[in-house]
Design a protein around this ligand. Structure first.
Ligand code: CP
Ligand code: NVA
Length: 300
């Protein structure tokens, strides 16, 4: 049996992705009803963090507990990884002791190396290139509120970063349109000419939002870019998702942000705290979507 991993959004087929979202909705109901669901009893997850986290850590740790398993928080500061032990050796050791590993790191190659060297499923908890677990939660939130996303139009406003790259992979997989508004030099690395009109890059946030069903954004300086924050804020200053941008979108459009957010920078307080924002439900769905993912990978 081949070990399955979740390193990027399209490591699942479209059918598997949707099946997983349906299971996430079931798990959410079970959890809300207080019904025990120990489908991963006796299983342990190593959570390796080389960057900070609130949501990712809490959702995986709580999720493993609710599934009847256990999660270990491993900061690179406190493990031998931080003192130069190779990721390959770490992967081999983790494979001897735990059942699944989640890693948040800088280079995407690190999660690939972990998957290639170890023998257990690896989950990408965010790299500089992708954030597929967040997309799972975003898609669960969309599906729960609006149904299938096929044919819908998503506007991504701001930096063409790891979240934007994951939106691109998800757009190809789930067949939705994506319009990305970013300044020159901030285009997502994942965009391909072959994407054609399905994934477009424009320079005006209001143009991107025209007729959009969902508007999403993220911070202007991602983890690891703190030293460039001033210059990035300057370059992205006209890419704030404010009421003017939201007013261009459909009347029933929704707003998402993976969080943490900076009010007054990438989003105005009126939007993120307003009626169309579903960011708290979106954050909460990290728990349910990832529980479905862990079940899937452990039982695949
Ligand atoms: N959205 C997200 O991944 O949040 P954390 O950085 O808090 O985990
Ligand atoms: N793009 C952000 C996402 C944080 C969840 C970062 O990488 O820091």
């Amino acid at each position: 049996m081949t070990t399955r991993h979740f390193l990027a959004d399209d490591d699942l087929s479209a059918a598997e992705y949707k099946q997983l979202l349906a299971r996430a909705a079931e798990l959410k109901k079970l959890q809300k009803n207080g019904a025990l669901h120990h489908t991963c009893a006796g299983k342990a997850m190593a959570m390796v963090f080389e960057k900070s986290s609130t949501r990712t850590r809490i959702s995986f740790e709580t999720g493993m507990f609710q599934l009847g398993g256990h999660a270990l928080y491993l900061s690179s500061r406190d493990t031998q990884l931080g003192r130069g032990e190779p990721v390959e050796d770490t992967a081999r050791v983790l494979s001897e002791m735990v059942d699944i590993v989640m890693i948040r790191t800088f280079a995407h190659r690190t999660v690939e190396t972990m998957a290639e060297t170890g023998t257990i499923p690896v989950i990408n908890g965010l790299t500089d290139e992708f954030h597929p677990c967040q997309l799972l939660a975003d898609m669960q939130t969309w599906f729960d509120n609006r149904g299938d996303i096929q044919g819908a139009t998503v506007a991504w406003v701001g930096d063409g970063n790891n979240m934007c790259n994951s939106y691109i992979r998800a757009a190809r997989l789930l067949d939705f349109n994506l319009v990305i508004a970013c300044p020159e030099g901030f285009e997502p690395a994942e965009r391909r000419e072959s994407d054609g009109n399905r994934i477009r890059v424009v320079r005006d946030p209001r143009e991107a939002a025209q007729g959009a069903d969902l508007i999403a954004t993220d911070v202007w300086a991602s983890m690891g870019q703190e030293d460039d924050a001033k210059a990035r804020n300057l370059a992205l200053a006209s890419f704030c998702v404010d009421d003017n941008v939201m007013n261009e979108s459909k009347k029933d459009s929704l707003f998402m942000h993976c969080l943490p957010a900076h009010r007054g920078e990438e989003v105005s307080a009126s939007v993120i705290d307003g009626d169309r924002s579903i960011v708290w439900e979106q954050a909460g769905n990290r728990l349910h979507a990832q529980k479905a993912l862990v079940e899937f990978l452990l039982h695949a």
